[in-house]
Design a protein around this ligand. Sequence first.
Ligand code: ATP
Length: 324
Amino acid sequence: EDWQERGAAVSVRQEVDANGQTVSRYIKKGVRDFSFGNTLGEGSYSTVVFATDRQTLKEYAIKILDKRHIIKERKVKYVNIEKDTLNRLTDHPGIVRLYYTFQDEQSLYFVLDLCKGGELLGVLKRMTTFDEECTRFYSAQILDTIDYMHKRGVIHRDLKPENVLLDSGMHVKITDFGTAKMLKTPRVDSSSNGILPLDSAELPQEERASSFVGTAEYVSPELLTDKNACKASDLWAFGCIIYQLLAGRPPFKAGNEYQTFQKIVALDYEFPIGFPTVARDLVERLLVLEPARRLQIEHIKNHEFFDGITWGPDLWKQKAPRLK
Ligand code: ATP
């Protein structure tokens, strides 16, 4: 029941009261406030459905989870992690925004940004590979979003092209925070009235992940050897994504998970002929076994590969390049 009451499951409506005063009313949204349409996709524990807010006509994607199934499969923890991390990451265009959560007897509902462009993986598969310009644009938006996440104390831990969705303007929206890790709550600095960015140096030892999380091809070597994921683990995955956009396949891929893991810990990968030199240099500085020696976000932003990119809000005002 706690699940239902916390979070952002309200909308604010301005109303004029009997005295002519404007008052804000907080209204809890529920299943009845939406009309449901086509299924957009299915996950192992969820169905995502197109929906429209009956009042505002705004379109959303609603993720519906069957409570009995979630409990039976022991996924309650992951559902809560997804909700809690999304509620911490509400003000960046590169994150799928969670607007409301509610439930009925049978199901949990997450009202999310609608991503009409689908998964980056699907787009890549249709194109086979991306050219350098497209790779630069999409990977810059992904990096800007990782930077925001990390500053808000969230490690994604499962970054891959399937978890990068695209909105109607083909701008990036990262999703799937069910296996994310939340670091210490960002401190609120009363003097500046803002949230202090979390610096990795001031963080306590990031908790050890007791079991494998992530997807074999993008998993970092430190998770395999020390069972320890950190912010740099997301940058390993980021390196794999840049490689994949340009090469059309991830750098570490084998017949089964075990063989893939062996390749990762041995840094056993090759660049295809014709892989752009500057991008190769960046990937080589990201796919570094020792997480502390991997290029850090500020240095990635300044890498020659991203020459011409303006970081921050302007990156999101740009028109997406035509796919090539
Ligand atoms: P699994 O849980 O098995 O890993 P998943 O994480 O992809 O799968 P969901 O998050 O439920 O599961 O997503 C199911 C499908 O719905 C995905 O394939 C995705 O393409 C689509 N989808 C998810 N979120 C949105 C969204 N906000 N807008 C549009 N489509 C979405």
